[in-house]
Structures are given as structure tokens and as C-alpha cells.
Design a protein around this ligand. Sequence first.
Ligand SMILES: *Cc1c(COP(=O)(O)O)cnc(C)c1O
Length: 403
Amino acid sequence: MDYEAIFAERLAAVHAEGRYRVFAHLARQVGRYPVAAAHGPDGVRDVVIWCGNDYLAMGQHPVVLDAMHAALDRHGAGAGGTRNISGTSHPVVLLEAELADLHGKEAALVFSSGYVANDTSLCTLATILPGCVVFSDEKNHASMIQGIRNARCERRIFRHNDAADLDRLLSAADPAAPKLVAFESVYSMDGDIAPIADLCDVAERHGAMTYLDEVHAVGLYGPRGGGVAEARGLLDRLTVINGTLAKGFGVVGGYIAASATIIDLVRSYAPGFIFTTAIPPATAAGALASVRHLKTSGVERAAMQERSATLKRRLTHAGLPVMPSESHIVPLLVGDPVRCKAITDTLMDEFGLYVQPINYPTVPRGTERLRLTPGPMHTDAMMDDLEAALTTIWRRLEMPLAA
Ligand SMILES: *Cc1c(COP(=O)(O)O)cnc(C)c1O
């Protein structure tokens, strides 16, 4: 059996579809956000990053870096083992208390990543409840889909952000079965936001638990950065809230916040929590500093939202196909993977602007796009450059610009 040939064939298929992924080789530089050094065949040069998820530049905020340096010097590099075997480091204890408070919940539990938090928490909850039926938004992130699949329970997919469709599916289910409704607040590829109150109303009417992924909202929305549920005064309507420490908070790691019993349950049963080494103390200390900072400082959130609104307005005015987005995300529709890649290659090679093409399977085929994420430090001059580069490329490729 020629295993290598089988693998190479599958890679050739990705190439043939024009969606082979090439990662930019970058060195981000403290103090120069959103500029990074890009390593290419012709050497190293500066590029402006337009597609980062370190939305608020917390990844290089002095408060975060100081906390990490101090914790590294005090506690060393690694956690020393899984929490079951080696205990919990002090910064993780403080971090979990801070996260529980952020979301108005009794407790929180930290995981290696937001992906792992979703995967292992959803799987554990749905496995523990006998005959559980999970209701999942059709645009849910891969980490939630994977967790639900792994639970091998019954699952129903409701139409995106459609409370009436969820109601229909819940009505058709066995009234006696345990039920869990899983969805996101900000959908990061379209930038739309879930009707959280409506979905909670429906779930509550049918006695279902709710699980909300606030990964693209924590740090960014709400008076204390608690996400969209906090902004809308809905924290107590959600059974479980999931978040990441990697995007708005700028470090790495993921978590859930919920009742003390649910957190204790997941802590006691979830393989993705139990059998893996805890995040390093310095990572936890950095995340803790970031969460605490954004609880009281609204400056970063306000600046990011202003930059996002400005970019949307400018690109729309320039006739570019800005997709409707209620959030800070600025998606530009291209609709073809080869063209999408050609555009981003040109942006990088010719204009020094880094935008990653978003292709299938991240988004449905035919909706390939550029996804722009302006942060607090993207200047008007940077926007001038981006707008000029995009309109130049659109004209060159004879793609339509709105009048
Ligand atoms: C990025 C992402 C995750 C995973 O979070 P990580 O901390 O990066 O693993 C989960 N859910 C959604 C919606 C995401 O976009």
C-alpha cells in the first residue's frame, strides 16, 4: 500500500480546488501593532496585518506582558502536569474566579483552548444526560460540531439564528428528553449576532439548557467585556457560557462559566480537561491581567468599534462588496476560491497588506471572502492604503464596484 501516494492525492485535490492553504510566515513586533515582519522568498519586510483575532491588541499590552514576565520569573515555564496529578497553579485559581465573575456565574473552568473547551464540555454534558437531544445552529463553529458529534447523541440542526425554526424542532422532540441548545453570539465569518433573548425564550419554554459560545465577543462587548450576553443583560438566561483567552484577551486558552455543579461535573468527567497538562502559570497570569484590565477599561473596545465602523463605511463608499455585519467583523465577498487567493496574494506581494483568504470549509463554497478585522491601532493612513489597494485589484480583475 502506497500511503504517501494516497495522502498526496488528497492534497492535490485541495490544490485543484484552489483552496490549498499557505500560512504567512510572520514575526509580530511589540509596540508596532498591527505591523509585523513577513518572511518571504525575497527576505523580510514589514506588512500590515488586517486579519488578526488579537482584536484589541491585548497580546502586546504592557499590563499583560508585565504580568507574564513576573509570573514566568516566579513560577517557571510549565504547569508541571495535569491538574489531577500536579494540582492547580495559583494564577489559574485567580483566573477562574475572575472569569466566573465576568459572566455572573458561580464558577469557571479553564482549558488548553476554546476549541478544547467546546469539544470536551459539550461532549461531556450531552453524554452524561441520558437520551439528550442537542439543538445546534447550522453555522456553529467546528469545535462545537465536533463535541456534539463525539457525544453520539441525537442532534438537530436549526436554521441559522432562527428562533422559530428552533421552536419547531424543539416542539417535535420528546418532551421528556433532556435538551441542550448550542449557539454563538458573534458569528465570526459573517459578523452577524444571534438573537440571544429569543433563543433563550424558546429554549426555556421547552425546558432546554443553553450553551453560548462568546469566543468572538469576550473582551469586546458589554460594559465589562463579558460579551454580547452581558451587553444585553442576559447573563442569567444562559446555562453555560464559553469563551477564549486567545482572541480579545490576546493570550491563549479557553474556558466555560456556569453553575458550580456543572463546572464540577465537567471538571470530574471531561477527558479534554482531565488528561492534558494545564496552561502555564505565566499564560494564566497574562490572561488574568487582560481580563481584569478590560473589565474596567472601555478604551480599547470603543477604539476598535470606531475603527471597524469607519472601515465598513469607507469600503462601502468605495463600492466594495462589504457583507452586512452587525459586529466588528468586516467581511468582503469574493465568491470564488481561486480569485480570493489571487487577491490576497496581490495584497501581500504588491501592497504589503496581509489578509488571509477565507475558503471552504471555513465558509460554504461560493461565499469565499476576505475577512478584515480592524483594531484600535489601524490608522486612517493604513485604511487609505487598504482602500486604494482593494479598488486597484478589483478594477484589474474586472470585478464590479458598486456605483
Ligand atoms: C476560534 C474559535 C474557537 C476556538 O477558540 P481557540 O481558543 O482559538 O481554540 C471556538 N469558537 C469559535 C466560534 C471560534 O471562532
